[in-house]
Design a protein around this ligand. Structure first.
Ligand SMILES: Cc1cc2nc3c(=O)[nH]c(=O)nc-3n(C[C@H](O)[C@H](O)[C@H](O)COP(=O)(O)O)c2cc1C
Length: 230
């Protein structure tokens, strides 16, 4: 990716104040993206990951962000112009367009660890996950362009992602190439500096829905895997 001129080298702290100063309390950000409530496999797995994290960090703080219940706008002109302005230059409309982005970025930067539960929709991330990404991947907040190229500003965080899909895209399934979700998530998290990412692939949920395999048989190895990943 080329370096846009308007993203030229600017110290992040000279622009918007960054919320990178953390308290000492271990903090986990828990994101969910399935609208299927208790039936959701990705939610069951992310909940197990959060429970395992809480066991490891009694007294730790969990920030819960249910993306299916979060009002998120798409990136629009006010968002773009606001993101490239200093706080004192922001119009009311730009402030309002950036408000949800500010909140979601603050949650991300407050966390040491992130657990994401997400379905696969149309071979990629659901729209709510993409909307979250569009709000948190923001110049001078979570990435910056420096002399050597882009630099992620959210380094040092660990992420565990549970991806539920009707079909299977596991290694050897023959369908790996159609999985645009995991490579994309790996890339975009890396872009903001997060490289410690573990994916738990719950592929083949269709077999549970069709009664070909019991929920317990399907979930047991995945629950073991996700608990170990936290
Ligand atoms: C709109 C929609 C699109 C879907 N697209 C895919 C897909 O591209 N590939 C796939 O394997 N499963 C697809 N599925 C199936 C879901 O990934 C599967 O039901 C998964 O278990 C949903 O996650 P959840 O159990 O956490 O809700 C789709 C389901 C819906 C509702």
């Amino acid at each position: 990716m080329g370096k846009p001129e308007s993203w030229d080298v600017v110290s992040p702290s000279s622009f918007h104040p960054l919320i990178t100063t953390k308290n000492n309390m271990p903090t986990l950000l828990h994101l969910d993206a399935s609208p299927r409530g208790d039936l959701s496999i990705s939610r069951q797995l992310s909940a197990a990951a959060v429970a395992a994290w809480k066991d490891k960090h009694p007294g730790g703080k969990v920030i819960k962000r249910d993306l299916t219940k979060t009002e998120m706008t798409f990136v629009d002109l006010d968002w773009i112009n606001g993101a490239f302005s200093t706080p004192d230059q922001l119009t009311d409309r730009q402030k309002s367009a950036l408000a949800i982005s500010d909140t979601l970025i603050a949650e991300l930067l407050e966390a040491d660890q992130i657990v994401i539960g997400t379905p696969m929709y149309n071979f990629a991330v659901p729209a709510v996950v993409k909307a979250w990404i569009d709000h948190v991947v923001r110049g001078r907040k979570t990435f910056n362009y420096v002399a050597t190229g882009p630099e992620g500003l959210a380094k040092g965080r660990k992420v565990v992602v549970a991806v539920a899909s009707g079909g299977s895209y596991d290694q050897g399934s023959g369908s790996e190439a159609y999985n645009y979700e995991i490579p994309y998530l790996r890339h975009i998290l890396g872009f903001i500096g997060i490289t410690d990412v573990t994916f738990v692939q719950a592929g083949g949920t269709m077999r549970v829905a069709q009664g070909q395999v019991s929920s317990e048989e399907f979930m047991t190895p995945l629950l073991k895997q996700i608990k170990a990943a936290v």
